[in-house]
Design a protein around this ligand. Structure first.
Ligand code: NAD
Length: 481
């Protein structure tokens, strides 16, 4: 039985046992007990106990420990990548990509943490010379709640800025992907992270709610579905806890007549089908101007036909590409319902869209390209969390932006053109937290990342994320002369 990680040691959980499955084979690979509210309380108290000493530790030393942890995790890359492949289902190549991003995220904040500068200003004197300082204080215990699509990257996004800023953490991985996170916690302790600074509890919504509502938790960093984010905001709001919510998306990508077609097709293909389409920032709706529409569709279909669903390594036969399974049976079911809804209403599936016959076991789905989709079909209005891209024909950039904004989501967006006027309209007109121009790149630790509208509150990545793990405090000093 796999155990929780509390106060620098493995410990039993008191809740129900839950099997962890390999989504590619449906083999049961471990059993993990859910943390009960009492277990959550132990973890939060351990984090609270460790907080004063960690907060008082010199920032260079904290950053050094995080850097050392990144080095140790890197030494265990093969083991952690294999663990991710097994419990998450993603192909080895994609798991390696996620692992690099994870370690880079830790390194980024270990470098940035000691370079934060505060503020100083002269003030009108009342009792002798007066001046003001703005200082940053850590918040205390942070709850990090993580989904199953990128268990490591999304952990680093929270853990690294939280720790470097002097907070302690109780992390809760998704109930279907607890194993790699638990092993990471053990390695963090081995690397010198003091006991209690990082704790991991396992379980689902009940465990998550016990963590969010625990009175000693001062900050909740959440990534997951919009509906869960709404619930967490409601619970955290009762005690006015700080929250960041990284939620769902339905990113538009716009291709104009002067686009570099080859670059656009390749990048949109990788963006949409990476991680079997289970990526918040994937382009989930494509709007292509009439002049390029047919060429774009033909080129994308021929590339998407190269995917071979399966487990682990890339297919031996080139130019086939590996695509993993959907993570759960429910994910597959929802995706099939969304495609069926579009087809019932007149859409055409140009490739894929079925469960492949010759892939026994997991929740596999042949990646699809769909056209002639009504703009109020589920493929347009809901988040599509699987390898399906609907494509719409548009007249020009103005119509594309209008259609692109016709969604409750506002995470990312992209545009393919070299026309400065169109780029300006897109960067100012697209209601999203991020807009890419002639590229999509998910690995920038430097750039703040997060959503508008129903895609969330707050930012991860960049110097901006560090600000979300501190309280700004004003200190006014006078009476010195
Ligand atoms: P989810 O909301 O079902 O679960 C996420 C985490 O929240 C899990 O650890 C889960 O156990 C926990 N949880 C569930 N109910 C809870 C509750 N009531 N209280 C506290 N915790 C609770 O999300 P998912 O299906 O695992 O993840 C996929 C979703 O995440 C997609 O919508 C995707 O777009 C989104 N996502 C967003 C980003 C981003 O940065 N914006 C990144 C990755 C994924």
């Amino acid at each position: 039985m796999t155990q929780l990680w509390i106060d620098g040691a493995a410990t039993e959980a008191g809740g129900d046992a839950r099997p962890v499955q390999d989504p590619a084979t449906l083999e049961e690979i471990a059993t993990v007990r859910d943390a009960t509210p009492e277990d959550v309380d132990r973890a939060v108290r351990a984090a609270q106990g460790a907080f004063p000493a960690w907060a008082a530790t010199d920032v260079q030393k904290r950053a050094g420990i995080v850097r050392k942890a990144a080095d140790l995790l890197q030494e265990h890359a093969d083991e952690l990548v294999a663990s991710l492949v097994r419990e998450q289902g993603k192909p080895t190549l994609e798991a390696k990509g996620e692992f690099s991003h994870f370690v880079n995220g830790l390194r980024f904040y270990s470098e940035l943490g000691s370079k934060v500068r505060g503020g100083y200003q002269e003030l009108p004197s009342q009792f002798g010379r007066s001046y003001g300082l703005t200082i940053r204080r850590p918040l205390g215990v942070v709850a990090g709640i993580i989904p199953w699509n990128f268990p490591l990257t999304l952990l680093a996004n929270k853990l690294a800025p939280a720790l470097v800023a002097g907070n302690t953490m109780v992390a809760k991985p998704a109930e279907t992907t607890p194993l790699t996170t638990l092993r990471v916690a053990e390695l963090l302790t081995e690397a010198g992270v003091p006991d209690g600074v990082v704790n991991v509890v396992t379980g689902a919504a009940e465990t998550g709610e016990a963590l969010v509502t625990h009175p000693l938790v001062r900050r909740v960093a959440f990534t997951g579905q919009t509906s869960t984010g709404q619930r967490i905001a409601e619970l955290a709001g009762r005690d006015l806890k700080k929250v960041s919510l990284e939620l769902g998306g339905s990113d538009p990508t716009i291709v104009l007549a002067d686009a570099d077609l080859d670059a656009a097709v390749k990048t949109i293909q990788i963006g949409r089908y990476w991680n079997c389409g289970q990526m918040c920032l994937a382009p989930k709706r494509a709007f292509v101007v009439s002049e390029l529409y047919d060429q774009f569709v033909d080129s994308l279909v021929s590339r998407v036909e190269r995917y071979e669903p399966g487990k682990g390594d890339e297919p031996a036969e080139k130019p086939k590409l590996r695509i993993g399974p959907l993570h759960t049976a429910r994910q597959l079911e929802v995706l099939q319902e969304q495609v069926a809804d579009a087809v019932d209403r007149g859409a055409k599936v140009l490739t894929g869209g079925d469960v492949p016959q010759d892939t026994p076991g997991g929740h596999f789905f042949q990646p699809a390209v769909v056209v002639d989709v009504p703009r109020d079909a589920r493929l347009a209005t809901e988040e599509v969390f699987g390898p399906v891209l609907p494509i719409w024909r548009v007249d020009d950039v103005d119509q594309a932006i209008e259609y692109a904004n016709d969604t409750s989501y506002g995470l990312g967006s992209s545009i393919w053109t070299r026309d400065a006027g169109a780029i300006d309209k897109a960067m100012n007109g697209l209601e999203t937290g991020i807009t890419w121009v002639n590229q999509m790149h998910y690995g920038y630790d430097e750039m703040p990342f997060g959503g508008t509208k129903m895609s969330g509150i707050g930012r991860e990545h960049g110097a901006e994320a560090l600000e979300e793990y501190v309280e700004i405090k004003s200190v006014v000093v006078g009476g010195l002369h």
